[in-house]
Design a protein around this ligand. Structure first.
Ligand code: SAM
Length: 532
């Protein structure tokens, strides 16, 4: 059925619109057809208009390369019709891979153009936008879009009638993936980039940016992961090298704005004209709206932190993040070693009824506590005991969902405990430093900063190494280790828990107000949970 060698893109288009069991669910999954809600596109077009230099009697070239039913272009024309200055003509280009929806787009756009006080030329076309004529790059004044929220491998075997068809899909999407990675190298993700599924929204952003003129503006809706995940770092950098970010608006999944996609979204308005006016990041949380300015301090911070643009924060919080990020990190703390002990695969074969070595898994650990509800023992006759099990160590839960109210949960284990790899392990030969580390890991300030880097459901050593960690004076080490021992003896002692938070804040050189900002931000009642 498929001719992969000749015309990968043509075959991809044909297949994506008819080659599988085409239930509405499979269809949205395959081509990422989640249409933008009005609340989001109204705000985005408002921001575009604020930044667009609208000249009387000009000709405006506008494009939506992934137009769906044409709602973004239609809204743009409607707003433009009410502006004080009118262009002479607007030339609209709108593409979509889906023939059924492009007809709706033509209708919606033409209707919006009916009473416009300027000429409107409408070009709609069924096509694969990623395979567009490269001569069109740099030719649009405005690109307004929402690219497909899908990946090259979104469909599972059950979407196909036969195994052969599923295999054909895989062959085709692999070839298509190669075409995309060759054509859009700026999307380059992490180490295994290109080997697995490719996130099409990122390629959509790359294309949208290529399409706008040197003086153009791009307004684009994206999954919120673009703002901070490590695999988008290269793309973010390329985007910010060429465009100034006028605004980024964040809509958490809990707002349930996108029908059928329980996903957090952002939109960005990017201006190819550099100007000094700082842009803003606005987060529309369920109970309130918070925002902060993208000033020079912010960009210094972002530059040294993978070009991340944290969402969900207000001005005081972002200033605190900027201040703390100037400190050394846990990874640069030479006398603390972070790692793991033993793999938990087929662990039952290495357990026994009784031995001198207690085996501990992630679920048994919470802040300053080891649960005694279940006691497992490691069989040292079957497997060697790791050297770190012979000394005290700090352990923290590795699996901690992004939706969890507290991400970092750590405790101290005495010698004779073996930790499975659902726990991270920190060792240090100085017992006071080890206790101080535990106090810091469980503190509000560390939790606040850790959340800026913990974008997956794992609390890996690699991520924790990136979190700022204070230099501790002998006096503070002494005080912190005494308080931590008291908490270990009674983890419910709230006065000691408050005291360690104060001592950690002192170590990070924070004022009481700054500590208050961190504590309020991580307060489990009413806290924002990052969704990526
Ligand atoms: C997230 S929807 C957005 C639609 C519309 N712009 C909006 O904001 O409501 C993405 C659209 O891209 C289309 N699409 C998917 N892959 C495409 C491709 N390779 N080329 C062009 N359009 C594509 C889908 O059919 C879908 O209509």
């Amino acid at each position: 059925m498929l001719e992969v060698e000749s015309g990968v893109s043509r075959d991809y288009c044909a297949f994506m619109t008819s080659g599988f069991d085409c239930t509405p669910r499979n269809r949205s999954k395959a081509i990422g057809q989640f249409l933008t809600p009005k609340q989001v596109y109204d705000a985005m077009i408002g921001d575009i208009m604020q930044n667009f230099d609208l000249r009387q009697d000009s000709v405006i070239n506008v494009i939506d390369p992934f137009c769906g039913d044409g709602r973004l272009i239609a809204a743009f024309l409607t707003v433009l019709a009410t502006a004080n200055n009118h262009p002479k003509e607007v030339v609209v280009t709108a593409w979509d891979i889906d023939e059924a929806i492009i007809n709706a787009a033509t209708e919606t756009i033409c209707e919006a153009a009916t009473d416009a006080p300027f000429e409107v030329v409408v070009n709609t076309q069924v096509m694969d936008a990623f395979d567009c004529d490269q001569a069109l790059y740099g030719s649009f004044d405005i690109c307004v879009t929402n690219p497909p929220w899908s990946s090259t491998k979104s469909l599972k075997a059950n979407a196909f009638a036969t195994k052969d068809e599923y295999e054909a899909y895989q062959t085709l999407t692999n070839a298509y993936g190669r075409l995309l990675t060759e054509r859009y190298p700026e999307v380059k993700g992490g180490k295994s980039f290109g080997a697995g599924a490719l996130n099409l929204s990122r390629f959509g952003l790359a294309l949208a940016l290529r399409l706008v003129k040197e003086s153009g503006i791009c307004g684009i809706v994206m999954p919120s992961s673009l703002a901070a995940d490590t695999s988008s770092a290269v793309l973010r950098r390329s985007m910010l090298d060429h465009f100034s970010l006028r605004s980024l608006h964040y809509y958490p999944a809990e707002l349930k704005l996108f029908a059928g996609a329980d996903q957090a979204a952002i939109y960005l308005v990017l201006d190819a004209n550099r100007n000094d006016k700082p842009g803003r990041v606005v987060s529309h949380l369920k109970s309130k709206t918070v925002d902060y300015a993208l000033d020079d301090h912010f960009w210094n911070y972002s530059l040294t932190n993978g070009w991340i643009i944290p969402v969900g924060y207000k001005e005081e919080e972002i200033r605190l993040i900027e201040k703390l990020s100037l400190m050394p990190t846990l990874g640069s703390c030479g006398d603390i070693t972070l790692g793991r002990e033993v793999d938990e695969t087929r662990i039952s074969e290495r357990l026994c009824d009784r031995s001198p070595y207690r085996f501990v898994k992630g679920f048994m650990v919470t802040c300053y506590r080891l649960s005694d509800n279940e006691k497992w023992y490691y069989d040292d006759s079957k497997s060697p005991i790791p050297p770190s099990a012979m000394s005290e160590k700090v352990v923290w839960r590795d699996v901690s969902r992004v939706s969890q109210k507290k991400r970092v949960k750590a405790t101290l284990l005495s010698s004779g405990h073996v930790a499975g790899n659902s726990l991270g392990v920190a060792t240090c030969t100085d017992p006071k430093k080890l206790r101080a580390l535990l106090g810091v890991l469980n503190s509000s300030v560390f939790e606040f900063m850790a959340r800026t880097v913990l974008t997956t459901n794992h609390v890996s050593s690699g991520m924790l190494k990136r979190v700022p960690y204070p230099n501790l004076s002998d006096d503070l080490l002494e005080k912190m280790s005494v308080v931590v021992d008291e908490i270990l003896a009674d983890p419910s002692d709230s006065s000691m828990l408050a005291l360690i938070d104060d001592l950690v804040a002192e170590a990070y050189d924070l004022s009481p107000d700054e500590l208050g900002v961190a504590q309020e931000a991580v307060n489990p009642d009413g806290q924002l949970v990052m969704e990526l």
